[in-house]
Structures are given as structure tokens and as C-alpha cells.
Design a protein around this ligand. Sequence first.
Ligand code: SF4
Length: 218
Amino acid sequence: MIDYNKELKDTLEKIKQLNKKPKLLLHACCGPCLTYPLSLLLDYFEITISFYNPNIQPYSEYERRLFTAIKFIQQYAKDRNAEISFVLPKEDFSHYQEVMKGRENDKEGGINCLKCHAYRLFLNYHYAYTHHFDYFCSVMTVSSKKKSSEINEVAQKLEKMFPEVKYLYSDFKKENGQLKGILLARKYNLYRQNYCGCLVSLNERLSIASMHSLAKEA
Ligand code: SF4
């Protein structure tokens, strides 16, 4: 089994020896998941954050997560006295829905999530390729709900499609990465959502919440 955290550390060690920071496109799914990976990578790369997540529904929630991420980036850049760029590639919400058609009855963690990850990673990786980044990485491996191996394996295939952009392997949840992220999100007073993003995950969360309230009433 590949130790993706070790892969990351080895790459960072090599980058430290360079006299120039490579350009990294870092895909962020939301502000709280971005906190720890950004804090870790900022010393090594010239970073641009990309927020390309047409999976987030409803639109008010999408906006809330987007503004949370922007607020964090601005404040964090100030605090670290660093330059952090941000891009918002044009989302195509209806194309995402088309791609996910037929998976409406899946549960979180099934084939729907594999498709959803692959879709977002492809679009973000493609952006990195067309905009001549040296590296691409996604913060999604920080979440304990996501299998880092699945994300890294998809991205490994994309690296073969776009070999000019190296993929930065990661397993940000290792070494208490998720907890460090939660603490940073608290420090910056960030909104933290309680579902992954799509309506499947929202409905699952709502039905768990209603089961809990029924159990309390019983
Ligand atoms: S649960 Fe999350 S990863 Fe899975 S399909 Fe929904 S938004 Fe995508």
C-alpha cells in the first residue's frame, strides 16, 4: 500500500532544495478543508486556490462555502504575509447533474462519490494544465470521510493525461491533519457545513437528524 503522506513529505523535501517555488494549483472543496493543507504547503509553493465544485447544492450553500473559502484565504494571506491567488473557474451545474444522472438513490461513499471526485479532479487538473501550473493537488484527502487512496488513484490517472503538470500526492488527514484543520477553522471563525455537498448527502444528513429527534421524543 502506498504511503501518500510519505510521498508528500519526500516531494516537499526535494522542493526545499530548489531556489524557486513551483506554481501549485490547489483545489479547495470548502474553507474548513482548505485550512490545514494551505498552512502546510504555503512555505513550499506559489499557491493558487481553485474553487470548482458544481456538486454543492442548493446554490445558497454553494455561495456560503465559496465566501467562507475566500474570507479565509484573504485573512490567512494577511496573517502569513504571503501572496495567495484565487481562481473561480466557471461552474457548469447542469453538466454536473447530467453526469450524475441515475445515481440519485446512491448513498454517500458509493460509486456516486467516485464519479463526483473524478469529475471535479478532472476539471481542476485540466485548469492547471491549460494555465501552465507545475503541480496540482486537492485538499480533499484531509477529510476522514474520503478515502485518500481513491482520490490519489484518480489523480494519478489524470497526471498521465496531463504529464506537464505533476500531481502532488497527499494524505492530509495523517498526523492529525483533520484536527489541525478544525482548530484553524475555529480560530478563523469559519462556517463549517454538516454535509458533503450534493442533495444525496444533504438528505442523508436530514434523515439522520430526524431519526435522532424521533429517538429523543420516544
Ligand atoms: S456525497 Fe459528496 S463526494 Fe459524494 S457525490 Fe455527494 S457531493 Fe460528491
